[in-house]
Design a protein around this ligand. Sequence first.
Ligand code: ACO
Length: 332
Amino acid sequence: MSAIEKIKAKAKANVKHIVLPEGTEPRTVQASAKILAQGIAKVTLIGNEEEVKKVAAETGTDLTGVAIIDPATSEKTAAYTELLYELRKAKGMTMEQAAELASKNTLYFGTLMLKAGDADGMVAGAINSTGNVLRPALQIIKTAPGIKVVSSCFIMELPDQKWGDNGVMIFGDCAVIPNPTAEELAAIAIASAKSGEQLVDLDPRVAMLSFSTKGSAKHDNVTKVQEATALAHELAPELQLDGELQADAALVESVGQLKSPGSTVAGHANTLIFPDLQAGNIGYKLVQRLAGAEAIGPIIQGLAKPVSDLSRGCSVDDIVSVVAITAVKAQA
Ligand code: ACO
């Protein structure tokens, strides 16, 4: 069973309610019917009902069973406006601004549905940037208790099964925190390990990547990874985690055992933590393009309730997959 098939099976076992704020976007409309037909989630599309139905007719989509909610006419909008104002007034938001966002910005409306407990998860990004999808979530949903930072990971499914666990690996953070501190890097490592366990039953072996292995080079960037490694050990002593490691020391047994003898991670890593977003984003795209890996994500981790971002180039099936991931995260 592929990683995504495993995730879909998990989603179907305990069906959650996922809201799709880009409700008039054609791929999203088509995905909503597929998600329902496959029993992956209960779905609500946000948008003007007439427009949603027009797109459904144009794409030959049967929306039976898919809920549609229009912020401009919904009886919930007043309560969501109040909720948004209460949450953001200390940051300077006025009631007028809250009303404008709740009634006109479907990303805010969807996030408020989630906050109010009227949905279990949200998926967007087919026509919005990562920043625009994440900002309302960071402002309204906030981090889960005990978690300081929101980050992301990708499930990488490689054609060559010798890597990771039968070709399945986790890469973090490839989409959210541009220049993480040592504390943030430790949090990314712990959250990525947890995502791997939760979504694809990985027994995490986490490599904290750098251009240095165990002090072979000296630089502030290396020191940051060393500090993050020590912090991650403190925060999650049970986790198999090693660093700082170069990528070959993390992945290739002979190199790993030479450079970090006795390590259970070096040479066997299935979870790679990149030192910053430039490395992480470039790293996952190189592996996707040059090694032909399937890159599933970005999977946003650390929020109190799950919100997922789509790539703007996503297909209908990509949306179905990300909804399944979000539904499984909502089960936790
Ligand atoms: N974790 C938790 N909270 C956060 C985080 C975080 N990582 N980042 C910001 N916040 C909080 C802030 O504390 C703030 O809270 P407050 O308003 O209640 O005080 C709120 O979120 C907004 O903070 P800003 O700094 O104004 O947020 P910003 O506008 O910088 O947006 C964002 C944050 C969107 C995550 C930004 O860091 C970003 O754009 N990251 C890169 C995204 C990207 O372009 N990725 C690459 C493409 S994705 C791909 O290729 C798959």
